[in-house]
Write a protein that binds this ligand. Structure first.
Ligand code: F6R
Ligand code: ZN
Length: 198
């Protein structure tokens, strides 16, 4: 049984990585099917070397109300076509649950939207604290040239993850490189909630 006593862990100032965790996983490009606009570029990259887009280090806590799940995510630099590497993104299954992020290293953005189709994008730089209120789906994007985007996250134990909604058509906004600059553009596949089921 998990010990219920206070504990600490350290995040290295040099690497941005924790010195202890219970679960570590990698997300590769092939598990992001349908998420990048340039499907030809995506298939070519999968065939060539199947890159790791991000890694997550999690501390294990019971997934119940009252607990706070926490860990560190590391999003690699890179692009699929002109879209930057990013996380899958999700709503919390328990929609009325929030999340806090703290940027330890790198630069990037959090792309967010509500079930009603409102959208919001916030910048990450080292030291940025982001509060994602209840109801906002969230996806981290690494817009850096060669540096990892490293984020500490904390969210309620009973939040759960709903990936399905985002898998269908992605987020309303895409983060791309155009003429050497970072741009936020409309996702051409995105359909507004009112028109989704007609
Ligand atoms: C937890 C959370 C983060 C993400 C992580 C990976 O609610 O938002 O810990 O799980 O950044 O992103 P996803 O889960 O979208 O693959
Ligand atoms: Zn979350």
């Amino acid at each position: 049984m998990m010990k219920d006593i206070p504990y600490t862990f350290n995040i290295s100032a040099a690497t941005g990585l924790p010195d202890s965790w219970d679960r570590h996983y990698e997300r590769r490009l092939s598990s992001m099917k349908g998420q990048f606009e340039d499907t030809a570029a995506m298939e070519a990259m999968i065939a060539e070397n199947e890159p790791v887009l991000y890694e997550v280090y999690e501390l294990k806590r019971p997934e119940v109300a009252g607990e706070l799940l926490h860990g560190v995510s590391v999003i690699r630099p890179g692009q699929v076509g002109n879209e930057y590497f990013m996380t899958k993104g999700h709503f919390h299954s328990l929609l009325e649950t929030a999340e806090v992020y703290y940027c330890l290293q790198g630069e990037g953005m959090m792309v967010m939207e509500t079930p009603e189709g409102d959208w919001n994008v916030q910048l990450f730089a080292p030291g940025t604290v982001l509060y994602v209120p209840p109801r906002w789906a969230h996806r981290s994007v690494n817009t850096g040239k060669d540096e990892d985007l490293i984020l500490l996250f904390v969210y309620p134990g009973d939040a759960g993850h709903d990936y399905g909604t985002i898998e269908i058509q992605g987020f309303r906004k895409l983060v791309i490189e155009k003429d050497g600059e970072v741009k936020i553009v409309d996702n051409p596949r995105w359909v507004s909630p009112e028109r989704r089921f007609v």
